[in-house]
Unconditional design. Sequence first.
Length: 40
Amino acid sequence: MRCRPDSAPRRLTAILREQQAEAARLDAAIANLKELGYGG
C-alpha cells in the first residue's frame, strides 16, 4: 500500500514529535539520576 505523497511528511513529523517527547522524558530521568548521585 502506497502512501499519498503529502501523507509521508505528516507521518514523519508525527514520529519526530514522538521521539522528541521521549528524548525530553529521558533527559529529565537522567537529570533526576544525576541529582541522586548516579552518573557523571
